[in-house]
Design a protein around this ligand. Structure first.
Ligand code: ZN
Length: 333
C-alpha cells in the first residue's frame, strides 16, 4: 500500500510541476480532484479514500513548504521514504477494539477511547525502526480556561526551561549520554542499533517535555515564552546542547496545550531579558552579558541591590514583556 501511496504522491508532484511550468499555477487539493478521479481502478490495494487524502495532504504540505514541488517519495533503496498510508474517515469503521480498513481488522490498543471521538482523517505511519502506528486527528472541545498563576518561561541551556516562579525543567543531557553507545554502534556498522538509540533519545526528550508542559499548563492561567531561536544559537559552539533541548518542540507543546485548555499563551521577543533587573527595570553594569556571562548563574543588581537567579530573573522579564506589549506577542493560533 505504501508503495502505491508513493506512486500517487509522485504523480501529484509531477502534475503540479507541469501545471506550474505551463500556466504558472499552484494547485489546491480540490484542483487535483478531476485529475485523480477514477485513479483507484489503476491500483490494486489503495482505494479512492486514500487517494483523496493523499492529494489533500500533498496540497497542504506543498503550500506549507512554499515550493513548486515537494521531494519525491521513494519506495526502495537506501533513502526509502518511511511508509505512510493516509485515509479519509469514510474508509474506516470501529469494531470494538479494532479498526477495519481495506477489509482488514487492525487491533488497536485504544488507551484514549478514540472510538468516542469524531475524526476527519488518519494515517498508518511507519517509524525509522519499521514499526507502524495508527494516527488520527480527532475533534475535541476547547476548555474555557482555569484559574492559576501567570508565568514567564525562559528557555536556556543549563536548564531547558525556567519559569518566573522558579519551576525548572532540568536538562536531561539525553543525547550526550547516548553518544558513546551511538559511536560504538556506528563503528560496528550496526545501522539498526544506531537508529534505535537515536529513537530512544528522541522519546526520552519528548517524554520529559510532555510531562513538564502538561503540569505547567495545568497550574497556570497564562504563559509567556521567549522567542529564542535554535538556528541562531545553533551556529555557535553551543550547538550540540541546543539541539538536544528541543526549544521549538517545547513551545509548540505549550501552545497547543494552552489552546486546548483555553488559556493565553504568547511568544515575546526575549532580547535583554537576561541583562535587565526584574526588580528595578534597569540594565545594571553587574548583570550577565555576552558569552562570558553564560557562566554567571546568580548576580546582584548594582542599582537596587536585588539578588537574582539568572534564569528566574529572565523569566520574570519575559512575563513583564508579555503584559506590556500584548500586541507584540504572537497569540496562540
Ligand atoms: Zn535592580
Amino acid at each position: 500500500m505504501a508503495r502505491e501511496v508513493n506512486a500517487v504522491w509522485n504523480v501529484c508532484n509531477q502534475h503540479q510541476l507541469e501545471v506550474f511550468r505551463r500556466e504558472g499555477r499552484l494547485l489546491s487539493g480540490f484542483d487535483f480532484a478531476p485529475f485523480v478521479r477514477g485513479a483507484s481502478a489503476e491500483f490494486e490495494l489503495i482505494g479512492s479514500s486514500t487517494i483523496d487524502e493523499i492529494r489533500d495532504q500533498y496540497a497542504v504540505k506543498r503550500r506549507a513548504a512554499g515550493k513548486v514541488r515537494l521531494r519525491w517519495r521513494r519506495s526502495g533503496g537506501r533513502r526509502r521514504s518511511l511508509g505512510w498510508v493516509p485515509f479519509k474517515r469514510r474508509a474506516t469503521r470501529w469494531t470494538g477494539d479494532a479498526v477495519r480498513f481495506a477489509g482488514i481488522d487492525f487491533g488497536v490498543w485504544d488507551s484514549y477511547s478514540l472510538g468516542g471521538y469524531d475524526f476527519r482523517a488518519g494515517a498508518f505511519v511507519e517509524d525509522a525502526r519499521g514499526r507502524w502506528y495508527f494516527c488520527l486527528q480527532v475533534e475535541v472541545e476547547v476548555c474555557s480556561g482555569h484559574a492559576g498563576a501567570a508565568v514567564g518561561v525562559d528557555l536556556g541551556l543549563k536548564a531547558v526551561a525556567v519559569t518566573s516562579d522558579a519551576d525548572r525543567l532540568e536538562h536531561g543531557r539525553w543525547y550526550r549520554q547516548a553518544q558513546e553507545a551511538v559511536g560504538r554502534a556506528a563503528r560496528a556498522r550496526k545501522r539498526g542499533r544506531v537508529r534505535a538509540l537515536h529513537a530512544k533519545v528522541r522519546n526520552q526528550r519528548r517524554d520529559a517535555l510532555h510531562k513538564w508542559t502538561r503540569s505547567t499548563v495545568d497550574r497556570c492561567s497564562e504563559i509567556v515564552v521567549g522567542d529564542v531561536c535554535p538556528s541562531a544559537v545553533g551556529k555557535t559552539r553551543l550547538a550540540k546542547s541546543v539541539y538536544d533541548t528541543g526549544w521549538t518542540l517545547l513551545r509548540t507543546m505549550l501552545r497547543y496545550k494552552s489552546e486546548h485548555a483555553g488559556i493565553r499563551c504568547v511568544v515575546v521577543p526575549e532580547r535583554d531579558s537576561t541583562r535587565t533587573c526584574s526588580c528595578c527595570g534597569s540594565v545594571p553594569a553587574s548583570s550577565p552579558r555576552g558569552r562570558a556571562g553564560l557562566r554567571i548563574r546568580e548576580w546582584t543588581c548594582s542599582e537596587c541591590g536585588a539578588r537574582h537567579d539568572r534564569d528566574v530573573n529572565a523569566a520574570r522579564n519575559i512575563l513583564v514583556a508579555g503584559h506590556r506589549h500584548p500586541a507584540e506577542g504572537i497569540p496562540a493560533l
